[in-house]
Design a protein around this ligand. Structure first.
Ligand SMILES: *[C@@H]1O[C@H](CO)[C@@H](O)[C@H](O)[C@H]1NC(C)=O
Ligand SMILES: *[C@@H]1O[C@H](CO)[C@@H](O)[C@H](O)[C@H]1NC(C)=O
Ligand SMILES: *[C@@H]1O[C@H](CO)[C@@H](O)[C@H](O)[C@H]1NC(C)=O
Ligand SMILES: [Zn+2]
Length: 503
């Protein structure tokens, strides 16, 4: 019976096709494709003649790259771990173009993991830095005298160790390896999600000792902003757990001191580089912390916001989502804070469909989160996707992070492909570029553009993503307008450069 029905249907549909003229068929086909093309992120953008010239150049290089992998799947680097091809990216013309592109804002980065390991190493040349090497772990602390903190071996002055070593390069390379998860040994980066998060947290702990020292914090932020600026990022929203910075004599500042320092350093940076727009902070707390600690941090965020209203964008909870408290457990504290603070919650940074961590997405939406960090799992929730679109909540996608922190292997399977195709409110960011040795933003843009988005996605998509980064920032309307103007000027220079240099 089923066979008969199937063949009748086949005959009917075959008849349908043959009855249609080839021209009608071609038109319907073109219409369907055009519909999808318009729906995608950037689908409504019309390019100028000059932009079209630059786009042709960009797309010629992109198609070369994609076609080469399509014909030789073993050439396709983006189906492997990021660390295996990280150092080859620089040769790509598409990458080189994206690196020059003004990229607007980086809206999802964590403050202590934004600086490259090379620049972190420079901080270890500051005086009075002690190290405790024990069991493959490293602790660092600046101090006038030998630090009081426990060390299972012994505290040693870095300057003396470096002075006494035969091979300074090897000594520095070893130090540097503690500032990044990057490794060329597969056993270091292949592992389950808990394993890679442990390695990640190890990096965080080493860096802590450096960046909580007040003079190092100043240098750290300045150098980090410089790396973002050189990557053509114009504005940054930094997620930061406000830390009590320390001085050489052991004095600890209160936690309001750090945002003041960040404010001062950013101001200095803007004086040195007037076409940099600035920074804002999203105050964070570990989601594994106790409810009282979370409440205290929210109160701290309120205090900082009162003193530096233009510095504080809002509040977020951080740390491995599957192991931390779900938002629903914090409902009384969070709904209380909604009145005075905007939320920018991490949500759906998980592969565990239907679990409590997966449902953080629901609570992020209901608690009025302005953006959602990652939203990796959102694709599995059609009603939540619709809510995100209706409420115009931006999804902050960090592709490289999702690879390194073990959510996805082959980036063609990243849900970003669907978010882009659907024209969802997406912004691209890099989460912790220092921890994986990625650029502040270019690496993520490049991999998203060539490895995740449609082969046909072009300059219009890139331009829309840059516009989105301003649109969904926490800047007020006047500052957004100023930033669009600045972007417009930079964009025109970029288009000319592409034609002149790559044409
Ligand atoms: C991909 O990796 C290979 C070697 O692993 C390298 O030769 C090639 O340049 C890479 N391609 C890109 C686009 O990064
Ligand atoms: C480094 O070594 C030189 C000679 O060995 C010594 O004069 C100098 O004081 C040392 N510096 C430090 C910081 O230990
Ligand atoms: C510790 O050092 C800081 C900064 O140099 C200084 O302001 C403070 O007075 C010092 N405190 C003590 C107890 O010496
Ligand atoms: Zn994050």
């Amino acid at each position: 019976m089923a066979v008969i029905i199937a063949s009748v249907l086949f005959l009917l549909s075959a008849h349908d096709v043959t009855a249609k003229s080839a021209a009608d068929y071609a038109m319907e086909r073109a219409n369907l494709l055009a519909e999808e093309s318009e729906l995608q992120v950037g689908g409504n953008i019309r390019l100028t003649d000059e932009e079209n010239k630059a786009n042709d150049i960009l797309m010629r290089y992109k198609h070369d790259e994609v076609d080469d992998s399509f014909n030789n799947p073993n050439h396709f680097n983006f189906s492997r771990h990021y660390f295996t091809y990280k150092n080859d990216i620089i040769d790509s013309k598409v990458y080189q173009i994206i690196r020059r592109m003004p990229k607007g804002a980086a809206l999802h980065v964590h403050s202590s993991l934004i600086l490259s390991a090379d620049r972190m190493l420079e901080l270890t040349y500051l005086d009075h830095l002690y190290a405790c090497f024990a069991d493959g772990d490293l602790k660092l602390h600046f101090s006038e005298r030998v630090p009081q903190q426990p060390c299972t071996f012994k505290w040693q002055l870095i300057s003396e160790l470096r002075n006494n070593t035969e091979n300074i390069q090897a000594f520095d390379d070893n130090l540097k390896s503690h500032f990044t998860m990057y490794s060329d040994k597969e056993k270091d980066y292949e592992g389950d999600i808990n394993y890679v998060w442990k390695r990640f947290e190890k990096v965080v702990n080493v860096i802590k000792g450096l960046v909580e020292y007040r003079p190092a914090a100043e240098k750290f932020l300045y150098e980090a902003l410089k790396e973002f600026y050189e990557d053509n990022v114009m504005y940054v929203e930094l997620r930061s757990g406000l830390k009590a910075l320390y001085e050489l004599n052991g004095t600890r500042h209160d936690k309001v001191y750090m945002p003041r320092l960040y404010h001062r350093v950013a101001k200095q940076f803007k004086e040195d580089y007037p076409d940099f727009v600035g920074i804002k902070l999203i105050v964070t707390k570990q989601r594994s912390a106790g409810i009282d600690q979370i409440r205290n941090t929210i109160n701290l965020a309120r205090i900082v916001k009162q003193e530096l209203p233009e510095m504080v964008a809002g509040f977020d909870l951080v740390g491995q989502e599957d192991l931390g408290k779900p938002l629903i457990d914090l409902l009384p504290v969070l709904s209380d804070a909604m009145e005075d603070l905007n939320f920018y919650f991490h949500g759906g940074e998980t592969n565990w469909f239907g679990t409590v961590s997966d449902e953080n997405l629901v609570d992020a939406i209901l608690l009025g989160s302005k953006r959602i960090g990652h939203g990796y799992a959102l694709i599995k929730h059609p009603s939540l996707m619709a809510a995100v679109r209706n409420r115009d909540i931006a999804i902050e996608v960090n592709v490289v992070s999702n690879v390194v922190l073990s959510l996805v292997c082959d980036v063609r399977n990243h849900p970003l492909a669907t978010y882009l195709a659907l024209g969802m409110p997406v912004v691209l960011s890099s989460d912790d570029p220092g921890a994986w040795g990625a650029d502040p933003l270019s690496t993520d843009y490049y991999i998203a553009f060539v490895g995740v988005a449609s082969k046909k996605a072009d300059l219009r998509m890139l331009k829309q993503l840059v516009i989105n980064s301003i649109r969904y920032s926490s800047l007020d309307n006047k500052n957004k307008l100023d930033m669009y103007r600045l972007l417009h000027r930079k964009w025109n220079v970029f288009i000319e450069d592409v034609i002149r240099i790559f044409g």
